[in-house]
Design a protein around this ligand. Structure first.
Ligand SMILES: *Cc1c(COP(=O)(O)O)cnc(C)c1O
Length: 404
């Protein structure tokens, strides 16, 4: 059976997994907060729902939508991106081995090092931009190859097809974390991935107001059935309201992501010419080492970029409090643009250089975002002399930006 649906992603985003409510005809689905469902005289649950941890209409509809968007066979939703990743590692058995890109979300590495190492799951971190490095790390016990492309926050690009070929030659599965790509720009199953993971908190949710994660599978095999078991027995499931909110957000995903991606390239080009900027990390720039691979496997380069400053760490730490439109906050993928000194957010084990600043591009006008970065990177303005009453009390000028 093929998972391929010939309809375009804009159509799937609006319609997949959605039918008017059979009970009322409501065009938008109700939120089913019930934790339990009535049995019939035989003790069965005729509509397929029994207890909400095991399944409910909102989660089922969301999982259908997400599976269709990625072109997969089925999806399992979790309470966070980390819970989705943890479920995959839990589905392995002790003494199995994982080959994982060193450029992955730092939380994924922490899961392996702090939690799963204690369960004897071994992990080797490799430079996955080099297929030879993946191949060299493979062992007979390797069950999984895990790559993230583009990676957060270093925007490195992994050749998915080559990673898949190496994994499969060793009887291992390939997991692609597609949080930055999104199914709009990149569909890893087309290139041989077996599982796709997202933190749905980011672009899929898109409004910085719902936490979630998902694993999508290309085939419903024993591994996915075990993952489903971990989802419903482990119980790290999203609430019906979270599912409803996320499914609502998916309708605008293609429009949002394309706009964010188009603005990001403009911002990247502006930064690449700025005299204070040392390097821009964005796969849409031809000088990026992953540019050709990204061009082959993506239809746009995404809404996240990072850059380093020539003056070093102090300048990079100071910059996020100087922007007026970019909000100084963690996370990515929302409609509002964000700026962050990534090494501070990740702590001592970070792989992010100390002079690196990460941007998440929202839906504001690109000219306004570029103007904001230009003023933030500009000469340090002399503080305006504050009018002082003879008694010494400060007068606040209305509308003056507050540094935060
Ligand atoms: C945020 C993020 C995660 C973790 O997701 P949560 O929803 O915060 O648990 C995992 N991977 C990537 C690439 C992320 O950006």
């Amino acid at each position: 059976m093929t998972n391929h649906d010939s309809r375009h992603i804009e159509t799937l985003a609006v319609h997949a997994g959605r039918t008017p409510d059979p009970a009322t005809g409501a065009v938008m689905p109700p939120i089913h907060l019930a934790t339990n469902y009535e049995r019939d005289a035989t003790g069965a649950c005729p509509r397929g729902f029994e207890y909400t941890r095991e399944g409910n209409p909102n989660r089922q509809a969301l999982e259908t939508s997400l599976a269709r968007l990625e072109g997969g066979a089925a999806a399992a939703c979790f309470a966070s991106g980390n819970a989705a990743a943890a479920a995959i590692f839990q589905a392995l058995t002790p003494a199995q081995h994982v080959v994982i890109a060193q450029d992955t979300y730092y939380g994924t590495a922490v899961l392996l090092k702090d939690i799963f190492a204690a369960w004897a799951l071994e992990a080797t971190f490799v430079d996955a931009t080099d297929p030879e490095a993946i191949a060299a790390a493979m062992r007979p016990q390797t069950a999984l190859v895990w790559v993230e492309t583009p990676s957060n926050p270093l925007l490195s690009i992994v050749d998915i097809a080559r990673a898949a070929a190496i994994a499969h030659a060793h009887g291992a599965r390939l997991v692609v974390e597609n949080t930055l790509g999104t199914p709009v720009l990149q569909q890893p199953f087309e290139f041989g991935a077996d599982l796709v993971v997202h933190s749905t908190t980011k672009f899929l949710g898109g409004h910085s107001d719902v936490l979630g994660g998902v694993v999508v599978t290309n085939v419903v095999d024993e591994f996915f059935q075990r993952l489903r078991r971990i989802q419903v027995i482990g119980g790290a499931v999203p609430s019906p309201f979270d599912c409803w909110l996320l499914q609502r957000s998916l309708k605008t995903l293609p429009c949002r992501v394309r706009a964010q991606s188009e603005t990001a390239i403009k911002v990247a080009r502006f930064l690449a010419t700025h005299k204070r900027v040392e390097r821009v990390l964005y796969p849409g720039l031809p000088e990026h080492p992953g540019y050709l691979t990204a061009k082959r496997q993506m239809s746009g380069f995404g809404g996240v970029l990072s850059f380093t400053l020539k003056e070093g760490a102090a300048a990079a730490k100071a910059l996020p409090s100087r922007t007026r439109i970019f909000t100084h906050a963690t996370s990515i993928g929302g409609v509002e643009s964000l700026i962050e000194h990534r090494a501070s957010a990740e702590g001592p084990d970070t792989r992010a250089p100390q002079n690196l600043v990460r941007l998440s591009i929202g839906l504001e006008h690109p000219d306004d975002l570029i103007a904001d970065l230009a003023q933030a990177l500009g000469e340090v303005p002399q503080p305006e002399p504050k009018p002082v009453f003879p008694g010494g009390r400060l007068l606040r000028t209305p509308g003056m930006p507050q540094s935060g």
